[in-house]
Design a binder for this molecule. Structure first.
Ligand SMILES: *Cc1c(COP(=O)(O)O)cnc(C)c1O
Length: 514
């Protein structure tokens, strides 16, 4: 073959196939367009309160995302226009101060900037010898310090607490069955059935983790809770004894620090004692509640957290790091690594260079390629500091108590669960069994765009649930929310409103003026 000649172009390739790349041809034009995008989003954040919490995506917007795969690109400016028209107005709404649904963080402008920087670097954080992994280890050490874990505790970013809880189950399983080599032999080779324990208030992802791990949801014992909705430790002791007597193998107890429905916290010290006496792995689902440690006033509520073998929690909820940023922290680094580390030839570690380093994040979970979640988390903690972040957490608990008092003073509503942290569960006093009014009120508030609480089932009854996470929410918002609830209750009953409702809003027009 004559090397001085280029090989013939493949038939059908575009004329410039060999010079194709994805960088801007005009960097200055790109700079201007990106600055416009940044300005647009800063404006969006600065004027949040003037817009409804949520809006149903228009038919036109939905239609925009039912098009065929484009062969030809339209360029950044056109895509930004579409973003502004069809995406930005119809987002989830969780950045708005009157969003109180589920358990969601609000994000911060600082987090947005950090996300952009991380995307610019586009680091693959599965492993290797680069600074992003130092940042991730810094976060693990910081959280170890915050939780009272040994400073060499092992940690890894994951999408969220659901996955972190799943990883905990795999680490606990490996820990319980070390010599049986379950990673190689599988569960079928075992003679004994593994059994785990959690409160009936535990998040459904704990049950799902049992399913995913092949242990079976049936082998998660959901232990009764008490009046405060904390796991009943006497019932836990009884269940473990029963399972042992039946020849089963108890291996894991999952404590809840801040239950998703009501914010209830288990007696973590008591669970640590039982786990120790029974030789069980003690994992804590602290999705949001674990971060109560950042407030000196709230920290005593999660006493015992420092004794856990592992903790799952989210930076994207109460710390407002942009989605997603879940974390899994394990006391014993060796136990963590043993559950996942493998020897693939293409992941071989070198003594020097980019392939150096002993433990890579891919040794600590199931992800290989992964983004730089640590950067937005580092920016958030570095920029605000734990005192200010803790103060926001504390404020949301104080606001929850204010809402509780408002509900208790209301003739229409009544409380349905104690308020341990930042979650308020309540309902219309005379609602029917099916919770028709509660359901109607929540949908009404969503559709009017005034506020976004959510709905849950407490002991089988549809209950309105306001989870106050947002750092932007203020006392006035809580009082306004109470008024919205009263009016929505009247609308749901088909009664004429006490006061005229605000005129329907046009885009960008303020919600209320005062
Ligand atoms: C939110 C939550 C989860 C799930 O976390 P994701 O980040 O959504 O995966 C699990 N447990 C509790 C208590 C939660 O509040």
């Amino acid at each position: 073959m004559n090397h001085s000649q280029r090989p013939p172009k493949p038939i059908g390739a575009p004329a410039d196939a060999l010079s194709a790349d994805l960088d801007p041809t005009d960097w200055e034009a790109f700079r201007a367009e990106s600055h416009r995008a940044l300005d647009q989003m800063i404006d969006h954040l600065a004027t949040l309160r003037e817009r409804p919490v949520w809006r149903e995506p228009s038919a036109e917007a939905r239609e925009r995302f039912r098009r065929p795969l484009p062969a030809e690109g339209r360029g950044l400016a056109a895509a930004l226009d579409d973003f502004e028209r069809f995406i930005q107005p119809y987002a989830n709404g969780n950045i708005h101060p009157l969003f109180m649904g589920w358990a969601q963080g609000a994000g911060t402008p600082v987090g947005m900037v950090a996300e952009m920087l991380a995307a610019g670097l586009n680091s693959n954080c599965g492993g290797r010898n680069h600074i992003a992994l130092d940042v991730e280890r810094q976060i693990a050490a910081w959280m170890a310090q915050a939780f009272g874990f040994p400073l060499d505790a092992s940690g890894v970013f994951v999408t969220g607490t659901s996955i972190a809880n799943f990883l905990s189950l795999l680490v606990a399983r490996e820990h319980a069955l070390g010599d049986k080599n379950v990673r190689k032999n599988g569960l079928k080779a075992l003679e004994e059935q593994l059994v785990a324990y959690a409160s009936r208030e535990a998040h459904n992802c704990v049950r799902q983790a049992m399913e995913l791990a092949g242990l079976g949801a049936r082998h998660l014992r959901l232990i009764e809770s008490d009046g405060a909705r904390s796991l009943r430790v006497d019932e836990l002791r009884r269940a473990i004894a029963e399972d042992r007597a039946a020849g089963l193998h108890p291996f894991l107890v999952v404590g809840t620090a801040g239950s998703v429905d009501t914010g209830a916290i288990d007696d973590l010290d008591a669970l640590a004692d039982i786990a120790k006496a029974e030789d069980l792995w003690f994992h804590i689902d602290g999705a949001f509640g674990a971060l109560a440690v950042l407030s000196p006033a709230l920290k005593p509520l999660v006493k015992g957290l420092e004794r856990a073998d592992s903790v799952a929690f989210d930076f994207h909820k109460w710390l407002h790091v942009p989605y997603d940023a879940g974390f899994f922290l394990v006391r014993d680094p060796e136990a963590h690594r043993r559950a996942f580390a493998a020897n693939a030839a293409y992941l071989t570690r070198a003594p020097r260079g980019l392939a150096a380093g002993e433990i890579w994040p891919c040794d600590l979970g199931a992800d290989l390629s992964r983004g730089f979640r640590a950067l937005k988390t580092w920016f958030t903690i570095e920029v605000f500091g734990t005192e200010r972040l803790g103060a926001c957490i504390e404020k949301s608990c104080a606001l929850a108590q204010r809402l509780r008092r408002n509900i208790e003073a209301s003739g229409t509503f009544e409380m349905r669960a104690p308020v341990a942290l930042n979650v308020v569960c309540f309902g219309v006093k005379d609602d029917d069994e099916a919770g028709r009014l509660n359901r109607e009120i929540v949908m009404e508030l969503h559709e009017s765009g005034e506020a976004a609480p959510s709905l849950t089932l407490l002991d089988g009854h549809p209950t309105i649930r306001a989870a106050i996470f947002n750092h932007r929410t203020r006392e006035e918002d809580i009082d306004a929310f109470m008024l919205m609830l009263e009016r929505a209750a009247q609308r749901a009953r088909g009664e004429p409103p006490l006061e005229p409702l605000p005129e329907p809003r046009e885009d960008g027009e303020p919600l209320s003026q005062d």
